[in-house]
Design a protein around this ligand. Structure first.
Ligand SMILES: [Zn+2]
Length: 105
């Protein structure tokens, strides 16, 4: 069963249904846009480093890129993928409504 992501509240909170039917809550506004999840993987392996601060989390990840996938559980990955997919659809639809003079796409 694929992971299902549904918007829950506002623009940043999502319900994520895992492959075994288990439901988690993600919020991508937490930890400077890296996001938070209430699964064990996030709370035990990833969140303790985030609680040390963004600079320390970047140092431990060995990268200035933020958000860093090192701090994403599979539910946060699925949430970001879903948002990216929805944004792509919105961009494509809004582009397709613009009059085109240079081609007939
Ligand atoms: Zn999670």
């Amino acid at each position: 069963m694929p992971i299902l992501v549904e918007n829950f509240e506002g623009l940043t909170r999502y319900h994520v249904t895992g492959s075994k039917g288990d439901i988690y809550l993600t919020d991508i506004s937490c930890y400077w846009g890296s996001g938070k999840c209430n699964c064990q993987d996030f709370e035990i392996r990833r969140e303790p480093i985030l609680k040390l601060g963004k600079a320390e989390a970047m140092k431990q990840a060995g990268s200035e890129i933020w958000p860093n996938p090192k701090y994403h559980c599979k539910h946060l990955e699925a949430t970001f993928r879903k948002i990216g997919h929805e944004l792509a659809i919105q961009l494509a639809v809004s582009e397709s409504r613009k009059p085109k003079s240079h081609d007939e796409m």
